[in-house]
Design a protein around this ligand. Structure first.
Ligand code: AP5
Length: 266
């Protein structure tokens, strides 16, 4: 068996387990694609804010048909709920997010735990923005051990800071399907309109310069230590995040396939 056998090549039947699918937090969402992949890939994407994790998760998802789990997307979806639908913990979480700080681990973990069905998805998953602290990584590890579902790899995207800031300041996101664009690097065909669904594109509140500075500091303090954590576990796969999104995705698949080949050959 080749490791490439685990990368489905045909067009997916449906795409609901893409970026917006996780909001439904239901096993039913993935039911139609069960049994399609013999050895699903269960990936964590690491990297500084704006390095391109969400963009890569979308592209990887098109190849792997896995669940794309973005905790940032979940918080942004919660921010659209009416005031009375938001719990006090969620209101507090959204304040942290607006300032560019990390949401407390307990709130994040509650949201992830409610979606354990997605973790069990037979097509695997791509975790984007979670875990972000050592405590979250330890909780994820416990959950995976409990479910007897090992992580395949942790991809760490690397890019110089100047390029990251340029990516963040030009980012635009679709309010409906969450597709991500860049005003110069990845512009939509019609300005302000999503190519995929026609939704309105908006600039994220936490992409303001003052929030970007806070997010970078939070990354250095709390998330960067995960690189060592996963290196020690033998799961880390470093990938240069330079070049076009398609080039980076191809580089990622090659690096993952090479890693799987080594593991397969023992
Ligand atoms: P989250 O939404 O996860 O934000 P983030 O990690 O800061 O990452 P971003 O979404 O900003 O960037 P990205 O790496 O996905 O880049 P993208 O693909 O969009 O979290 C937001 C907030 O929620 C956090 O600050 C925190 O408050 C809270 N939160 C979430 N999860 C949490 C957790 N687990 N614990 C605690 N708090 C949590 O790309 C960026 C731009 O670059 C786009 O415009 C894109 O088009 C462009 N681009 C991408 N690739 C390329 C390329 N190759 N070339 C040119 N441009 C490119």
């Amino acid at each position: 068996m080749s490791v490439q056998d685990n990368v489905p090549k045909e067009t997916p039947i449906r795409k609901q387990n893409g970026r917006a699918g996780w909001f439904q937090a239901s096993a039913a969402d993935c039911a139609e694609i069960r049994h399609r992949t013999s050895a699903p890939w269960r990936l964590v994407l690491l990297g500084a804010p704006g390095v391109g994790k969400g963009t890569q998760a979308d592209l990887l998802n098109q190849r792997l048909h896995a669940c794309h789990l973005s905790t940032g997307d979940l918080f942004r979806a919660a921010s659209k709920q009416s005031d009375c639908d938001q719990t006090p913990a969620m209101k507090a979480a959204l304040e942290y997010m607006r300032r560019g700080e990390l949401v407390p681990d307990t709130t994040v973990w509650e949201m992830v735990r409610e979606r354990t069905d997605c973790i069990r998805c037979a097509s695997g998953f791509v975790l984007d923005g979670f875990p972000r602290t050592i405590a979250q990584a330890a909780l994820l590890q416990q959950l995976m051990e409990h479910e007897k579902l090992p992580l395949t790899a942790v991809v760490n995207y690397e890019l110089p800071l100047e390029e990251i800031v340029a990516r963040l300041s030009g980012r635009r996101t679709c309010e409906k399907c969450k597709a991500v664009y860049h005003v110069t690097g990845q512009p939509p065909k019609v300005e302000g309109v999503c190519d995929r669904c026609g939704g309105r594109l908006f600039q994220r509140e936490d992409d303001r310069p003052e929030s970007i500075t806070v997010r970078m500091a939070a990354y250095d303090r709390s998330t960067a230590p995960l690189i060592e954590f996963y290196k020690t576990l033998g799961l880390l796969v470093p990938v240069a995040a330079t070049g076009s999104p398609d080039e980076i995705c191809a580089r990622t698949i090659t690096a993952l396939a090479a890693r799987a080949e080594v593991a397969y050959l023992g």
